[in-house]
Design a protein around this ligand. Structure first.
Ligand SMILES: [Zn+2]
Ligand SMILES: [Zn+2]
Length: 162
């Protein structure tokens, strides 16, 4: 198994590998996921390091990371890279809103999404999104469409419990 990170393939940093928390300690098992020396950490293990940046994989800034089989064919890999690139752009296009405030108005959100997508030169994405939002049945449906293109963050404060 390999990781696809920012369009490149990497070998996972296994328990005890160079750069791993347990580097050079053959008698250790991972305290978080229980995998033995020489094994790959389990998915979403707290301790696993990202092979691209060396930081904690769960919290690093490398964007979406895909697991890839060793014998993946070229075409599937190319498709995955394109998907990853799209997801990365979405991940970088953060639009905050508060559904109870003026910026929670769907047109205000669209406006903000537009300027973000423009910066990323994704105007065709914007046009496609806009078309789809016109046909959305309600506010929530519109939001979930927009959320496919940009990372929508709902900043609405939870109502205080009285
Ligand atoms: Zn682990
Ligand atoms: Zn990373």
């Amino acid at each position: 198994m390999k990781y696809l990170i920012k369009g490149k393939l990497y070998d996972p940093i296994k328990v005890g590998d160079k750069g791993d928390w347990y580097e050079g300690e053959p008698d250790k098992t991972c305290g978080d996921c229980g995998r033995k020396y020489g094994e790959i950490h389990m998915e979403s293990c707290d301790v696993e390091r990202c092979p691209a940046c060396g930081r904690q994989m769960l919290s690093c800034d490398c964007g979406p990371i895909y697991n890839v089989e060793d014998d993946i064919d070229e075409q599937t890999l190319e498709e995955l890279k394109i998907k990853q690139q799209k997801e990365q752009l979405r991940y970088e296009a953060v639009v905050e809103y508060d559904r109870n405030a003026p910026n929670g108005n769907i047109f205000a959100i669209l406006d903000k999404a537009r300027s973000t997508l423009e910066k990323q030169q994704r105007l065709s994405d914007y046009n496609e999104m806009w078309q789809r939002v016109q046909n959305a049945e309600n506010y929530n449906a519109a939001l979930s469409i927009i959320d496919e293109y940009v990372l929508l963050l709902d900043m609405t404060k939870p109502k205080a419990q009285m």
